[in-house]
Ligand binder design. Sequence first.
Ligand code: SUG
Length: 446
Amino acid sequence: MSGAEEINFDGLVGLTHNYAGLSEGNLASARNANTTARPREAALQGLAKMQRLRALGLSQGVLPPHERPNIAWLRSLGFSGSDAEVWEHAWKSEPTIARAALASSAMWAANAATVSPSADCGDGRLHASVANLQTMLHRLLEGEQTERTLRRVLPDEARFAVHPALTPHDALSDEGAANHMRMAGGAGAPGVEIFVYGRRASEARTGFPARQTREASQAIARRHGLSANATVFARQAPDAIDAGAFHNDVVAVAHEHVLFHHEDAFVDKAALYAEVRAKAQGFEPVFVEVPRARVGLDDAVTSYLFNSQLLRVPGQASLTLIAPTEVRENNKTATVVAEMIAQPNAAIGAVEYVEVRESMRNGGGPACLRLRVVMTPAERAAAAQGFFLDDALAAKLEAWIKTHYREEIAQPDLADPALVRETQAALDELTRILPLGSDFYPFQRT
Ligand code: SUG
């Protein structure tokens, strides 16, 4: 097309990566609560995935971790003293609040924002709406820095519109690109944007939380200036949410003309197919469904088959699935994938397995770790260049991780006030590796 490309911006795993069991409805987070995390390995696994995609010929961006523990937030809750004292007091007196202040959950960049390529937006700019993530306290804290980060990465207001998070309320609950898919004839072509929501604002749901409301999705479509003729709103199946698909990207992923999904992902699959077919301009949608008889929702959720990245390796006729190794270790999902890619003229014709086990243990697969941003060559040139990964930056980040990250963090380790100094020193150094500047993090401003 116009030379536009989809660029994955991955969140760097933070220094405080740990298993605190914070996310109700996320089965992996609950199952692994209080186990020992390996932050260094987690960050290196994330970086290796980014490098693997680069080796396949794709452009790759990187987003910085957030300041954790979030001392400024703890101070706003009345804790005082030195930063280390704030942390000690918070940990001793309010462990639930302290754990939220420490989470490294910004690593799951699919929840950072919803991004609409300029080809879809009424004003011809690329639009990004920061997610409010209001369902979970630890995630609600991310919006402020995410907005600052995106403004750094996408600075030119003539080309980019970065919107702040929607009002953080239950009625406008928004989890970003994890509940948003896009189908198009090619990266630069206008696409059909599919917003998947779990409930309406007026509805009370029992069962696991539905983290996205239709009203939030509609507000984002309005802000981005999307045409109603190219926008679809679909409801996520309540059974999928209750089986542990807390985001739609646990049961579905789309790229170009292909939507790969579980049979039980949506309330009304037939209506979704029909509307996408009717709204698709210049391409024929292909729906690749995995039947429940082959892979139940339980195996879909434990393996994260659909939390794969679906992408086109340059020069390849069919799409490639970047799947977590857990898919290969599950006989049902491994067989389904092997059969799928072996079909003649398969829409998804190749699989690459990546190891992101540390993230998976908190319910974050390959697709959770990245925010997709379709950019034209002019937009790419207008973006801040220092966030695009190249070998030199990857080497610096690897050395930085190896210097600063703890090998292990068990829950009792979180009490250690030295964590504050350690994380601040590391993030201060990171602001010289990525173009963040000496006042990016709140601790640098005090
Ligand atoms: O919001 N886990 C994240 C995982 C997010 C996955 N993202 C996507 N599906 N796109 C969440 O539930 C667990 C943190 C803990 O328990 O320590 C957590 O926040």
